[in-house]
Structures are given as C-alpha cells and as structure tokens.
Design a binder for this molecule. Structure first.
Ligand SMILES: Nc1nc2c(c(=O)[nH]1)N[C@H]1C(S)=C(S)[C@@H](COP(=O)(O)OP(=O)(O)OC[C@H]3O[C@@H](n4cnc5c(=O)[nH]c(N)nc54)[C@H](O)[C@@H]3O)O[C@H]1N2
Ligand SMILES: Nc1nc2c(c(=O)[nH]1)N[C@H]1C(S)=C(S)[C@@H](COP(=O)(O)OP(=O)(O)OC[C@H]3O[C@@H](n4cnc5c(=O)[nH]c(N)nc54)[C@H](O)[C@@H]3O)O[C@H]1N2
Ligand code: SF4
Ligand SMILES: [Mo]
Length: 734
C-alpha cells in the first residue's frame, strides 16, 4: 500500500470517473467518501458514496457459473475460474475452426471493467475478428469517430474558462455527472452565458440564459439555422476560415437551403430566438459545445455531430482557452490505441467487419482513411478515442447472429455491459443470443444478459483493483485508482480474462504481463515511473494544454485542414455536407414524439436496480407527460401506463410535469426488475426497457453510422389498471 495510507480509487459507478477515498474495516470496504482536496470533494454524487452497498451486496456474483438448463433458464452449476477459462478457450477454438475467427463478437463499454487496456482488441486482432461492439456506439465513441472526419480528433471542452456554453440536451446535475455540473456552475459564476436546447425545461434549462424548446430529433436542423445566421451575418472567424478550412463556399450553399422560416417550421422554435442564440454563441469571447449523447442517438446523428464541429471551427473556438481543446495522446502513458494492435488484423478480416458495407463511419473502413494523417499529427496511426473508432455496427452484428448472414456469428462475449438492453431492438438481440453456441458474460450481478450465457464470470469492482484512469485519449491526464480490498477469490478482472484467454490460444508473447500492475508499469514506461511510485505520490495530473497546435501540425484530415466538406464521407459515397433528415412521423395512431433518456440520479444506465439505498430513491420507471396531454388521455399523476410503438411497448408510471413539452413523452432507459428473477422472463427485462421500442432496420438508422433514432419516434399511451405483476416498489433485500 502507498506510504500516505490514504487509498484513492476512481469511481466507476458512472463513466465520469471521480477520485474518491476508500475507508476499510477488517478487509472490507466500509465506505467511499469524498476527496480530501476540497475542489475535488464536490465531485461526488450519492451513487459514489453508495459504493460499499454495491461492492458488498449480497447478490454480487462470487463464483464462476456454468449453464446447466436451457439457455436463459437461469440454472447454473458453480465451477472454478480455471475450469471456466479452459472450457471457454476450448469451445471458442472449436467454433473458430468451424466458422472462422469472425464468428466471435465482443460487447463491452470498458469504463466499469476498467482494467482491459484494450487487451480485448489485442486478443481479437490476434485471433482475426473485427466484430467489436460497444455501448459507446451510442455515447461519445461514435462522436469521436465522426469528429475525426472534420478536424482529425475529438476535442474536449474547456468549460471552466468558457464564456458561452451550449448544451444540446445535455443536462448534468448534482447527482448526474457531478464534475461537469460543477464546471458549468464555475463558468457561470465567472460570467459565462449558457444556452440550452431541450424540448423540456430541464434542470439546466431552468437556469440558462436562453432555452430553446426544440422538437425532439431536430438538432441538426437547428444547427443549420444557426449557421445560416452566422454565415449570412458574417459572424464567423474569417481569418480562421480562410487559413484553416476547406469547403466554406459549399457549406454556405447548403446552409442557404435552411432559411430560418424553414428551420423554425422543423424545430418548432421561433426564428428570432434561433437567431439570437446563434449570435450569442458566435460573438462570445470564447464558447464551447460540450459533447452530448443526445446527438449520438438520432437519425441525423452524423450531420448533427459534424455540425457541432463546424460551428466550433468557423467561430474560431478550436484549441483556444474556453473553447475546445485538442489533447492528443498523453506522452507519459502508452495509449490503448497502440496496445490494441490494430495493425495486426489483416485487411481481409477488417473488410468483414459487420455493418461496414452500409454504415461505415465508425468502422475500420472509414476510420483507416485517416490513419496516415493521424500518424502525421499525433504519432500513432490508430486513434481509438473513447474506444469508439474501429467498431462493428451493433444492429448488423445482432442481425448476423439471427440470420447467420453474411456469415454465422456464433460466439458472443460480453464484459461489464448489459447488452440485451443496451442497444436498439431488444427482440432481435434476444433472438441473436438464443442462436449462439457460446456466450460468456462477465459482470458483478446476474443481469438479464448474464442469464443468457453459458458461462458467467464474476467481475471485480473498482475498490478491488489497481488502475490508472486516463480519459480514453479524449482529454489529457492520469488519475490514480488504488485497490482497497481483495476481490472475491474466484472473481476475474477483464485484464485477467483476456490475458488468460490469450495464453490458452498460444498468444503468450502478445500477453507478457502477469499482473495488472505489470500492465500499468508497461503503460507508464514513457514517464519513467512505476505504478508504485505514482501511488506514493497520490498521482493525479492534467497536462497543461498547448493551444492552437494546428498552426504547427495542421489537422489530421486528408487535406490537413478543417474539412467543412468531408472528403472521407464523399469518398464513401455519402453527402459530404451536413443535412437534416426527418425521423419517422407521428400519426393519428401514434400521436406522440417519444424520446428515451433523461438519466436517473439513482442509477447508472441499466445498473443498481437491486441496491436498496439507490432503488428507494427511484422505485419504479417514470414516464413524463405534459398536463394537457395527460388530461386528453384521462391520465393523472402516478397512473400506470403502457407506451406503445409499432415495434414494442414499455410499462411505466406517469409523472405529469409542466416542464415537459406538450406532444412529447419521455421513457427512461435501462429498467429491469432483479426482484422478479425466477418469476418473470429474464427478470422482467421486457417490461419496461426502452430498447424494445425502436426498430433498427437500415431505413430507420442514421445513414453514415447506422445509429437508431431514440429522440423523437412516434408512440401512443394506453392507461393500465395495475402495475406489472411481481414488481416491487418497496421490498428489496440488500
Ligand atoms: N436502448 C438503449 N441503449 C443504450 C442507451 C439508451 O439510452 N438506450 N444508452 C447508451 C449509453 S449513453 C451508454 S453510456 C451505454 C452504456 O452501456 P454500459 O456502460 O455497458 O452500461 P450497461 O449496459 O448498463 O451495463 C453495465 C454493466 O456493467 C456492470 N458493472 C457495473 N460495475 C461493474 C464493475 O465494476 N465490473 C464489472 N465487471 N461489471 C460492472 C453492471 O452490473 C451492468 O450490467 O449504453 C448505451 N445504450
Ligand atoms: N445519475 C446518472 N448520471 C448519469 C448517467 C446515469 O445513468 N445516471 N449516465 C451518464 C451517461 S453514460 C450519459 S451519456 C449522460 C447522459 O446525460 P445527459 O447528457 O444529460 O442526457 P439525458 O439525461 O439522457 O437527456 C438530457 C436531456 O435531453 C433532452 N432531449 C431529449 N430529446 C432531445 C432532442 O432530440 N434534442 C435535444 N436537444 N434534447 C433532447 C431531454 O429532455 C433531457 O432533458 O449522463 C451521465 N450521467
Ligand atoms: S458522478 Fe457519482 S457515480 Fe459518477 S463517478 Fe462521480 S461519484 Fe461516481
Ligand atoms: Mo452514455
């Protein structure tokens, strides 16, 4: 243990990664508490302080399990880790011999398993499969990939120093991404203006300088409107545009197709407010548009993400204080992009990456068009920022599991991800999983996804492992995360899993590390330090940014400029300029615009529904409706309803709220019922899960990335007399 006796661990209950302090007693985690540095102490939410309730939960998986009943029956025998890994390796070898290596698909999100260090990609690349899918395909990873088309990297907003902050839906709160919430408040206290675009009066909208209540799913149109104002009123940074961009005249032509009356008709926001917001943003001394998942989940997602980049660029907010900072790789830490060994996978195997034919944006096919430019500017050919730049398309992957076309996908490994519920079209995912010959799940609880596995491996948690958190190359810096207690004896980290599997496949040379600490020491070699030395120093640092680096290096795009008109998209046969595409229309049968999301303070995504202290705060799923809509439907606050779409239905309790936009309905993400385990199909994971609602046939997806339209799809409401059978709003054990 470190000389300082304090144990600092990075919380992975959500993905923002606050450093907390661990307090232990008799070898057990007693509690996680706030940092001793007052500035960091504010960065803790009540999920973080509930960590001991999660880590010590009675339902935590402690022993590897092997399926004994039919798939999904949830019948198991306990086996040792050694037996599990031997059998998994043996069965995977048989499947690879029969179907080829591309038969293996892997799903993970990476932040809660923490210790993977891209060894999953290293293993997959050595084996020969490109079929890696991830929750980051709907969250930041895909944004990173699309940002690279415009200016070669995914910048991080300098919120604390910004004079104008634009939130496209993004709604950080005291218990939801607390550090970002604090940064926005800090900037606001220093005079920053905040513009919120959100159909609802969200918490951020309530205190914003401007709130534009746009129709869900119309963000790309809104930004085209902003550009119309900024270009035609000449509010852009002419010097930057002239010196560093390509395609401005073509962009102007496209933008002129979106005069404000058209944008107003699409978005439902009056032209004057649109113009005022655009002016406020463009004329601010510095401004940023922090990343938002809202534009990651729309039918015009690629255009919306590109438009954010274009706005940042032409207003001169790139790589300046208070703007958007291009970090690059951390010189002190070997990046996951290198460890992944993407060079090792042959072009022939890369070409098999599922979904690359129709929706290539974040697959190897599109991203490798940037490799030589990335290497020129950033020193490595592969920049897997936020682990999201070389993924297969999830919808295409699950379809291949069902149809066995273009080839059979028969082995599915899922680590720290509730895959069944974390992509669109849960019905198809289930079918695909039922058609597998080998499913391996690593998790800390028996999730609906784990219930479908052949082998379930108990994962470790952040208080049980050493780690250094870098920010997935999105921003520069390293934060120490120390082990406070031992994991359950038969638990396995994601490091251990991939390392041991690698050894079973004869890849010993590629996996020379024995322990997580060896791995960390290897990654730290450029810094000249070891993990132990860092631990002694309570290590946490953020590299001071170097501004306007592009003046020396150019941008990591084919032209070396900011490509307002994207040469990569053009080569791939897509519209190289941003555009707006309408999602499926509401109708008499399905009259409401439905969006998923509005994260719940009590949980992270599909997790923690079994943790009493958290579930007590939010016992059941809530659907938001405007009072006028509720009245028309004969619904009052706290009624139970079904929300139905053409593809599925979700049961939830209604909250009637003035803050909701009329004609809109919110459904939450990630609801299942651990208390129903054994009684309802897959622990009630088909009762209230948003993932059943959206189709994912290609015509319903964003063209370039194949992203589903979670923001503004048509639905209707049916009143229920009773809550779902077996659901408990009170009785939870642990
Ligand atoms: N339908 C639909 N899909 C979505 C979204 C949506 O709104 N709707 N949102 C998207 C977004 S924004 C994101 S960020 C992704 C999130 O995707 P993920 O981050 O993968 O989140 P989950 O799918 O909830 O799965 C997390 C799993 O990790 C387990 N877990 C928690 N802590 C640990 C740990 O320390 N070790 C191990 N081994 N396991 C742990 C939890 O029990 C849980 O089963 O999902 C995306 N997918
Ligand atoms: N407590 C807690 N905190 C979390 C998480 C969690 O699960 N729990 N998850 C974390 C993760 S992974 C993520 S990605 C973030 C997500 O958190 P946020 O970025 O805040 O996203 P949401 O909470 O899903 O939705 C934010 C707002 O988007 C609005 N909105 C809906 N449709 C649209 C639209 O089409 N356009 C626009 N402009 N706005 C729209 C909604 O009304 C809502 O107020 O939260 C993170 N923080
Ligand atoms: S915001 Fe809360 S859950 Fe997220 S990392 Fe920080 S303490 Fe953990
Ligand atoms: Mo997310």
């Amino acid at each position: 243990m470190a000389k300082n006796q304090q144990i600092y661990s990075v919380c992975t209950i959500c993905d923002i990664g606050c450093q907390l302090r661990a307090e232990t007693e008799d070898g057990k985690l007693k509690r996680m508490k706030a940092h001793d540095n007052p500035a960091l102490a504010r960065n803790v939410c009540y999920k973080g302080t509930a960590a001991a309730h999660i880590h010590n939960h009675a339902d935590r998986l402690k022993t590897p399990l092997k399926r004994v009943g039919e798939r999904g029956d949830d019948q198991w025998e306990e086996i040792t880790y050694a037996q599990a890994i031997d059998e998994i390796a043996q069965r995977l070898k048989t499947l690879v011999a029969k179907y080829g290596p591309e038969t293996l698909a892997v799903s993970t999100s990476g932040w809660n398993t923490q210790t993977t260090h891209s060894l999953d990609r290293r293993f997959m690349n050595a084996l020969g499969t490109p079929n890696y899918i991830s929750g980051v395909s709907l969250c930041a990873g895909n944004t990173a990939a699309v940002n690279k088309f415009t200016y070669g990297w995914f910048p991080f907003p300098d919120i604390p120093n910004s004079k104008c902050i634009v939130l496209f839906g993004h709604n950080p709160r005291k218990h939801s991404w607390t550090p970002i919430f604090n940064m926005i408040n800090q900037a606001r206290a220093a005079g920053a203006k905040v513009i919120v675009l959100d159909p609802r009066v969200s918490e951020q909208a309530e205190v914003a300088d401007m709130h534009l209540s746009l129709r869900s799913g119309t963000d790309a149109a809104m930004m085209l409107g902003w550009l119309h104002v900024i270009i035609n009123e000449e509010l852009y940074d002419k010097d930057f545009v002239a010196a560093h961009t390509l395609g401005f005249e073509e962009l102007r032509g496209r933008v002129n197709e979106y005069p404000l009356d058209r944008v107003s008709a699409i978005t439902g926001v009056d032209a004057q407010s649109i113009a005022e917001a655009a002016r406020l943003y463009a004329t601010a001394e510095s401004a940023c548009i922090p990343w938002t998942p809202i534009t990651d989940m729309q039918i015009s997602s690629t255009s919306a993400i590109r438009l954010q980049g274009i706005l940042r660029a032409i207003t001169g907010n790139i790589d300046i204080p208070g703007g958007e900072i291009f970090g690059g790789f951390d010189p002190n830490y070997i990046p996951e992009s290198k460890i992944g060994n993407h060079e090792m996978l042959s072009a022939e195997q890369k070409a098999k990456q599922l979904g690359a034919d129709l929706h290539p944006a974040y697959t190897y096919c599109a991203q490798e068009m940037l490799s030589e430019h990335t290497e020129r500017v950033y020193g490595y050919g592969y920049a897997d920022i936020v682990m999201g730049c070389y993924m297969a398309n999830p919808s295409a992957t699950f379809r291949a599991m069902v149809t066995e076309q273009p080839y059979p996908v028969k082995a599915f490994f899922v680590l720290g991800n509730n895959a069944l519920m974390s992509y669109p079209n849960q019905h198809q995912i289930l079918k695909g999983m039922l058609n597998q010959e080998l499913i391996v799940v690593q998790d800390i609880f028996m999730t609906p996804t784990a219930m479908l596995a052949d082998y379930v491996l108990p994962g470790d948690v952040f208080s049980e492992r050493n780690h250094i958190s870098d920010y997935w190359n999105w921003k520069l810096g390293m934060t120490l995360s120390q082990k406070a207690v031992e994991p359950p004896a038969e638990a396995c980290s994601s490091f251990q899993f991939w390392r041991d599997l690698g050894h079973r496949f004869g890849f010993e040379e590629l996996f020379p590390w024995e322990t997580i600490e060896d791995m960390l020491d290897y990654r730290l070699t450029p810094s000249g330090k070891t993990f132990e030395e860092l631990a002694d120093a309570n290590y946490m640092y953020i590299n001071p940014p170097e501004y306007r680096k592009y003046r020396k290096t150019g941008f990591a795009t084919p032209s070396g400029k900011v490509e307002l008109k994207s040469s990569v998209l053009e080569k791939l046969g897509f519209d190289p300029l941003p555009y707006y595409r309408e999602g499926p229309a509401v109708s008499e049968e399905y009259p409401y615009h439905v969006f998923t999301g509005v994260r719940e303070d009590a949980f992270f995504q599909t997790g923690q529904r079994q943790v009493k202290v958290l579930r007590d705060r939010m016992p059941s799923p809530k659907l938001f409706m405007h009072p006028r809509d509720a009245e028309r439907e004969g619904i009052v606050d706290h009624d139970w309803v079904k929300l139905q779409t053409a593809t599925g239905e979700v049961t939830a309790k209604v909250l009637v709220q003035d803050s909701m936009k009329a004609g809109h309905i919110r459904v939450p993400h990630g609801w299942w019922y651990p208390e129903m385990r054994g009684d309802a199909k897959l622990a009630g994971s088909f009762i209230s899960s948003d993932a059943v609602l959206c189709p994912d046939d290609p015509e319903f997806l964003d063209y370039e990335q194949g992203i589903p339209h979670f923001k503004g799809f048509p639905g209707r409401i049916v009143k229920l007399e009773n809550p779902p059978e077996g659901m408990s709003e009170q009785v939870l054990a642990g």
